[in-house]
Design a protein around this ligand. Structure first.
Ligand code: NAD
Length: 396
């Protein structure tokens, strides 16, 4: 299987690559990998040794340096693992191609130092998609891969106005030939993959394959997609705790979440346009689960010294019997990439199996992995996880 990472030199991507290498070398057990749970043991999931890695990027920093930096600044991986990864990372560097910056906004554009050779023919999104597809096809052919899963772990883009999202594939396709095409890079990557019949996973809050017109493309090409935005920390807690308040008929009056962290993702989210996409993705859940809208506030602040370590402090003010107000507070201190990477790998394994089984369109049984799951699944974590288990049972 090919794993094609969009944002291949980022924190989640390099940690996922280190995770694959650690599994291959027996340097780590299956802790935090959902796909290693006993209820999925019977599934013919791809083996770690059978994954070939490549990707698109806009920065040129070598992968080994990025992993080293993560280790140095955030003290997350053992020096033994970092050293063991170096030779493999050098090989993967040769498989990384320049991506596209179409409609990514100024904050992401300013990170870029890895560009495709200047090509006057490449003006419109359709031309860019052709180049991205040529990279994917070349990768698949050279390595004789049956399939490739395209995983978007690139920086969060500003979301375009929903009124401009294409409702049909015909509309999306026509817009690719126009300079005013509103779709962002994440959607161009999704289209590039799906048109080739390859599955696409969107681990970010960016638009990706969310518009109905792009979901239609997936169905037309008999392939599948999953998204959006990995549910790794604070939102995971929300989707577990909000059902508890609902089940005990406790009235949540307000839910405030403050997030501080210091990695590159946080730096990009410091821009209000990029931050808005993340906040929207984090905020919709509580109202959906409770069935009413308490006052909510979410803040995301970049505090450089914290590196990859994120602290979320949530303050939940609720009303009990006889109108008595009470408070639940929690702090979640997690290492962002270490939380995200195993879920990204689980998604690659499950989605590749779904593709082999001929599943098409959005995959709602993967909702437990996402903050804003596509395909109209239930909002509560327990229901979402049951859907994953039921899907697995149908394969026994
Ligand atoms: P990061 O900033 O470390 O990595 C993003 C990478 O994407 C960078 O290397 C950047 O150069 C690259 N990139 C940006 N735009 C690109 C483009 N158009 N084409 C190709 N590459 C591009 O961020 P990260 O911490 O690895 O997170 C990756 C994404 O996953 C973010 O969107 C983040 O919001 C999302 N996410 C992360 C977590 C988590 O870490 N816990 C949870 C949920 C979602």
């Amino acid at each position: 299987l090919g794993l094609w990472l969009i944002g291949a030199r980022g924190g989640v991507a390099v940690t996922a690559i280190a995770g694959i290498i650690a599994q291959r070398l027996g340097l780590a057990d299956g802790t935090a990998l959902v796909s290693e749970l006993p209820q999925f043991a019977h599934l013919p999931l791809v083996k770690w040794d059978d994954i070939v890695i490549g990707g698109h990027e806009i920065r040129s920093a070598p992968l080994a340096d990025e992993l080293e930096r993560l280790h140095r600044e955030s003290r997350v991986l053992s020096p033994q693992l970092v050293a063991a990864c170096r030779p493999e990372l050098e090989k993967i560097d040769a498989e990384i191609r320049p991506g596209t910056l179409w409609n990514v906004g100024p904050k992401i554009t300013e990170l870029a130092d890895f560009h495709p050779p200047r090509n006057p023919q490449e003006q419109l999104p359709r031309d860019m998609i052709k180049r991205l597809q040529a990279d994917l096809t070349d990768f698949q052919t050279r390595h004789k891969l049956d399939s490739v899963v395209v995983l978007n772990v690139a920086s969060t883009e500003p979301l375009p106005n929903p009124a401009l999202w294409p409702a049909t594939w015909a509309e999306a396709e026509a817009s690719l030939g126009r300079p005013e095409c509103p779709l962002p890079a994440s959607s161009l990557y999704a289209i590039a993959a799906l048109e080739l019949g390859l599955p696409f996973v969107n681990f970010t809050p960016s638009l990706g394959a969310l518009p109905a017109g792009i979901d239609e493309l997936a169905r037309l090409r008999n392939t599948c997609h999953a998204g959006r935005d990995g549910k790794t920390g604070e939102t995971l807690m929300k989707s577990v705790l909000a059902p508890m308040f609902a089940a005990r008929n406790l009235k949540v009056m307000s839910w405030v979440g403050h997030n501080i962290f210091g990695n590159l993702d946080g730096k990009v989210l410091d821009d209000p346009a990029n931050k808005q996409a993340k906040i929207q993705s984090k905020d919709r859940l509580i109202t959906e689960i409770l069935g009413y809208a308490p006052q909510t506030l979410i803040s995301i602040e970049h505090i450089e010294s914290l590196g990859d370590w994120k602290t979320a402090w949530d303050h939940i003010h609720f009303q009990g019997f006889l109108g008595t107000p009470m408070t639940l507070q929690f702090t979640w201190q997690g290492c962002d990439s270490i939380l995200a990477a195993p879920l990204a790998l689980d998604l690659v394994r499950f989605v590749s199996l779904a593709k082999n089984r001929g599943e098409t369109g959005a995959l709602p049984w993967l909702a437990s992995f996402f903050k804003s799951p596509q395909g109209d699944p239930p909002a509560k974590f327990a229901d979402q996880f049951r859907a994953l288990e039921s899907w697995a049972r149908t394969l026994s």
